[in-house]
Design a protein around this ligand. Sequence first.
Ligand code: MN
Length: 204
Amino acid sequence: MTAATSARRRSLSEYRRKRDFATTPEPKGGRRKSTARLFVVQKHRATALHYDFRLEAGGVLVSWAVPKGPSLNPAEKRLAMAVEDHPLDYARFEGVIPEGEYGGGTVMVWDIGTYELEGDETFEAAMRRGRIVFTLHGKKLRGGWTLVRTGGRKWLLMKRRDRSASETDIASAKPRSVLSRRLLAGIARDEGGDIAKAATGDPE
Ligand code: MN
């Protein structure tokens, strides 16, 4: 592990406190060592539709909720609210969180891959400074991105100008799961969720 990838150990206590693992199918999670650093974007039709953007650091997935989802257009800065760290196991979680539980609704793995931190700072130092610069190697999201904190839990997720920048509306153009090719409604149908609610997060 290089200096740029190491980070102090982070805690999953808030993640676990919010959930009843006897009820929800979400992973309870544990730490494990990993060489490739994961990123995942989970499309989540909960109280409101949002995209959970997660970067592996310090043995967990550091997480933001992005209401409008990522944009490939560098001119479109997307609000990203910092939320609790999630376990690494969560990266492949796709299914239905029971209604009434925290985050109740349908979850899709919208994109997954690896990422590299740019520069010499550690992830923790970049977080403290409020500016994380990284390159994504996903199926839908690629190239340079930046997360900048604007205050409190509010950050902005921005595409950097490079070959993978585009004016394509990626959320509409590529609405399916990268794991199962399902839309949200299909996941809800297969997993016993609220199909009509999930469908409101799918394109018409
Ligand atoms: Mn969520």
